[in-house]
Design a protein around this ligand. Structure first.
Ligand code: LRY
Length: 226
């Protein structure tokens, strides 16, 4: 008898599409975001990454793919699933994986990342640690994270600000860890996604380049400005 593939197996060498829209964006509309996840599935994505428990629940109901849920609350400091309460709300909404900030910064409820991992595991889901540096990735793996994402490199002081994806961080973490490393952040072309796998990524998350028409339109408009 063959057992069902693990979540990590299902993500191996595959694309995860991040379907999110910032506050104020016309695409920030639950049904619209769910439609984007359905389009991602039609295009061959292995999983989707979505923000907010309401969108997680609607996506879980509509799309037969693993849902990586996060809850952005605020816009400074630790704001991606900042507390245990946020994490458990995502599990309650049906997320298979809870993505959470695993940087070294203090969390607003005084909890630790290890507390969040323990609570999410006890509730039956997995954790994707969003990190900005090598040391944070190693620490998150040591605290039991199931996936390590390079999501926050370039967005937290102490990590390199660049327009390209941080494939050096992907490579360094993949070489050091047995925990699967997911390349995420500023992957803008299929070639960059393939390169991420070539340097050791287990899977690749792409957001803006697929699901952000407002940003992509602006890039073209600015390209036409002399
Ligand atoms: C830094 C931060 O808040 N990143 C967020 C994390 O969920 C999203 O805004 C990004 O779109 C996502 O990481 C995918 O990255 P990109 O859109 O560059 O492909």
């Amino acid at each position: 008898m063959t057992s069902a593939p693990s979540l990590a197996d299902a993500l191996k060498a595959r694309l995860i599409v991040s379907c999110q829209a910032p506050p104020g964006d016309p695409m920030r509309h639950t049904d619209t975001l769910v439609r984007m996840t359905l389009a991602a599935r039609s295009g061959g994505a292995a999983a989707v990454r979505v923000n907010d428990p309401e969108v997680v629940a609607a996506t879980v109901a509509a799309v037969d793919l693993p849902v990586i849920g996060l809850w952005k609350d605020g816009d400074s400091g630790v704001f991606i699933t900042p507390t245990v309460r946020h994490a458990l709300a995502l599990v309650e909404a049906g997320a298979a994986v809870v993505a959470a900030d695993a940087t070294a910064r203090p969390r607003p409820d005084g909890s630790t990342f290890a507390d969040l991992v323990e609570a999410v595991h006890a509730a039956g889901a997995q954790v994707m640690a969003d990190v900005s540096t090598f040391d944070e990735g190693v620490a998150a793996a040591g605290r039991g994270a199931d996936l390590i994402g390079t999501t926050l490199s370039g967005y937290v002081p102490g990590s390199p600000v660049q327009t390209a994806p941080d494939l050096a961080l992907v490579a360094d973490l993949a070489a050091a860890l047995t925990t699967p490393v997911i390349a995420e952040g500023r992957i803008a072309t299929p070639e960059q996604a393939a390169r991420a796998l070539a340097v050791g990524a287990h899977g690749v998350v792409v957001g803006t380049a697929i699901t952000a028409p407002t940003v992509l339109t602006r890039v073209f408009v600015e390209g036409l400005t002399p």
